[in-house]
Design a protein around this ligand. Structure first.
Ligand SMILES: [Zn+2]
Length: 117
């Protein structure tokens, strides 16, 4: 490979350039990292622009109207993943709470029957 600082040819496994004494790899690695950072930033920006900032509202809707949440989750799965996820989670949370309440009710009924005996 070539040294990024002085341009002289150095061994691939060389840590320091024999000509200038700098680390031949450091500059290259840094630029790759920076590029990755920039890509991440761009991804984040595009994510916020394609999805509305009101996804939590869809979560609330999904919570109060689980069927609507489920429908929105299926409809938006590809076009609005963030909103779809929020609506789906809302519906799921409601479903879990309802199931939990149902289980407690059943347990209480069983418990009261045992106590009556
Ligand atoms: Zn060098």
């Amino acid at each position: 490979m070539t040294c990024n600082f002085c341009g002289s040819v150095v061994k691939d496994d060389a840590i320091y350039c024999p000509n200038c004494g700098e680390k031949p790899n450091t500059k290259k690695k840094n630029t790759v990292k920076e590029k990755k950072h920039e890509e991440n930033k761009e991804e984040k920006v595009s994510e916020t622009t394609t999805n509305s900032d009101y996804s939590f509202l869809w979560g609330i809707l999904g919570y109060f109207v689980p069927i609507a949440g489920l429908v929105l989750f299926i409809i938006w799965k590809d076009s609005k993943p963030k909103d779809s996820k929020a609506a789906g989670i809302g519906a799921l949370v409601r479903a879990c709470l309802m199931l939990f309440a149902f289980i407690i009710m059943v347990f209480m009924m069983i418990f009261s029957t045992i106590m009556d005996l």
